[in-house]
Design a protein around this ligand. Structure first.
Ligand code: GLC
Length: 568
């Protein structure tokens, strides 16, 4: 594989050239050590004043991202969409949702990000389209050729009144919806998200063309939504007793005919060939909730995808022994296929890290719906949650491989758990029969400045989800002025990471107390204390950065320190 070791910028004619302002720090390719910032565009920044984030807002805030020091951004779906699932219901893969802007603005933001040394990853949603996509509209109108692009089936039972199989939607309720003509169509998510039939060559050709459409615009890669779902087991068999429910987004612990079928890999071999036509290299990151890292590694074979999220870190409680196991497993499995481990503490689908760490920590990996519904009843200690989230960030950013930072993590935002029910937009709320509040609480528009909503997010008064009244101290502007703020911790961490960890080599654990996860990579060490008692740091080591102020010889509870310890 030919590695391009430099960053690029766009010259006016749209060609990519090398960006001389960014140093080449390693013998590896940029994406193997990148810090990628996730832009949930609806909630990042609003440039048009309608209370919804957009491309104009993102363009305005590129300097903020450059100052933060990220290598790339991943923009959640920005395509035309009726927003039945926050844009993961795409009506047209080659255009921009009017709420967010225009294709011309998309070109501009790609060019300006490149100019700032920031690569751009988009989100591609290949498992399903919107029910407003022209192919599905044609299918609904009865066009048999169009129906073959989706999964249409007669029902079971004498009058076909039972769904064709026992699959349940990830969001709750049956995974099938019946049409007035008696046929059923499959949707593993919301009814407005019909699943494509990937056995149909037209679907395959269409997506390869969509990839090329955006690659031609200079996009550096794609996050692949539900990458493990595209191919279903032949004949769409029942999951069987006890396996009928499609697992939640993070609970794919067992095999199921809807998920992770071997046939999916052929699709990604085709996608890789499309990417390989381009220079500088174009990359993929898979969102694949599979039972274990061994299954995940299959997506990362040399002729498939370059990276895949390792979600166990996002599910791990704040306990050193579990964190060590999760890190070991991720590093080992990624190494087995020559891929970088890919760390993620949170994203737009799960409870924000501060809140996840603000409650009791179980001794097993967490399932998000369990967390949302039952944990929300437990009082939250946000001070502890933030302290742990800052410590976790320094752990994440010291590890080998790539790190994804979800917007607002750098501000230490907590989950907004008290949204009024009537503003909830996540389809999980309705489809679960109001038993799961869903994911809106991690999608609240970012606070940028000021003491009251909309906190500089928008010039309009009303944001699409209301912001809490106590976010004045969380704004980027307020944190900019506070040297100990979470924002400034992230800025320093990204800069020290670039100078220290990116080239530091393999991880080696240091023997220490069970509640401590400590490792060295070359001359640098990372010490994480998840216990209640302080621990002694190695004598003679110099503290490069710590998640709490005033660290010298001991590391207090719920804190991380980065040490320089040459020769030890
Ligand atoms: C992915 C997305 C999630 C979306 C789902 C269906 O898991 O991250 O937000 O609801 O796919 O597209």
């Amino acid at each position: 594989m030919g590695y391009h070791q430099t960053t690029h910028r766009v010259v006016p004619d749209g060609r990519l050239t090398l960006n001389p302002r960014r140093a080449v720090t390693s013998a590896e390719s940029w994406w193997q050590t990148a810090v990628v910032y996730q832009v949930y565009i609806r909630s990042f920044a609003d440039g048009s004043g309608d209370g919804v984030g957009d491309i104009a807002g993102l363009r305005d805030r590129l300097p903020y991202l450059a100052q933060l020091g990220v290598d790339a951004i991943w923009i959640n779906p920005w395509y035309p969409s009726p927003l039945a699932d926050g844009g993961y219901d795409v009506a047209d893969y080659r255009d921009i949702e009017p709420l967010y802007g225009t294709l011309a603005e998309a070109d501009l933001v790609i060019a300006e990000a490149h100019e700032a040394g920031i690569r751009v990853l988009l989100d591609i949603v290949p498992n399903h389209s919107s029910d407003h996509h022209q192919w599905f509209v044609a299918a609904l109108a009865g066009d048999p050729k169009a129906r073959q692009r989706y999964h249409f089936r007669p029902g079971r039972g004498p009058d076909g009144e039972q769904p064709p199989n026992d699959w349940q939607s990830v969001f709750g309720g049956p995974a099938w919806t019946r049409l007035p003509d008696g046929q059923w169509y499959l949707h593993l998510f919301a009814p407005g998200q019909p699943d494509f039939n990937w056995e149909n060559p037209e679907v395959r050709a269409e997506f390869e063309d969509v990839l090329a459409f955006w690659f031609d615009k200079g996009v550096d890669g794609f996050r692949i939504d539900v990458a493990h779902g595209l191919v279903k087991a032949d004949g769409l068999p029942d999951g069987g007793p006890g396996h009928d429910a499609a697992p939640t987004l993070v609970q794919h612990n067992e095999s199921h005919p809807a998920w992770d079928q071997d046939g999916v890999h052929e699709i990604y071999r085709g996608w890789r060939k499309v990417a390989n036509r381009y220079a500088p290299e174009r990359i993929f990151i898979a969102e694949a909730w599979v039972p274990n890292n061994e299954r995940l590694a299959r997506y990362l074979r040399p002729d498939e995808l370059q990276t895949a999220f390792q979600f166990d870190f996002l599910r791990a409680p704040w306990r050193a022994e579990i964190l060590r196991t999760v890190v070991d497993d991720a590093v080992t499995e990624a190494a087995s296929v020559g891929a970088p481990p890919t760390w993620v503490l949170s994203n737009h689908d799960v409870t924000r890290t501060v809140t996840r760490y603000a409650r009791s920590q179980p001794d097993h990996l967490i399932e998000t719906d369990w967390e949302r519904t039952r944990w929300a009843e437990e009082p939250a200690d946000y001070e502890t949650g933030l302290r742990r989230a800052r410590a976790a960030a320094l752990l994440q950013l010291a590890l080998p491989g790539t790190a994804y930072v979800y917007q607002g993590e750098e501000l230490g935002l907590e989950e907004v758990e008290d949204l009024p029910n009537d503003v909830r937009e996540d389809p999980i709320w309705e489809q679960s029969g109001h038993t799961d509040v869903g994911r809106d609480g991690c999608r609240v528009p970012l606070p940028w400045s000021g003491d009251a909503a909309p906190y500089g997010f928008s010039t309009g008064a009303t944001t699409w989800l209301p912001q809490p009244s106590n976010w004045g101290s969380r704004t980027a502007a307020a944190q900019d002025l506070d040297p100990d703020s979470t924002l400034n911790l992230y800025r320093r961490a990204l800069s020290v990471r670039a100078a220290t960890w990116v080239d530091a080599g393999e991880l080696e654990w240091i023997e220490t107390a069970p509640e401590v996860a400590a490792f060295r990579r070359g001359d640098a060490q990372c010490w994480v204390n998840t216990g209640t008692a302080p621990v002694n740091l190695p004598v003679g080591a110099e503290v490069m950065l710590a998640s709490v102020a005033g660290i010298s010889t001991t590391l207090p509870s719920d804190a991380t320190a980065w040490l320089s310890a040459p020769g030890s």
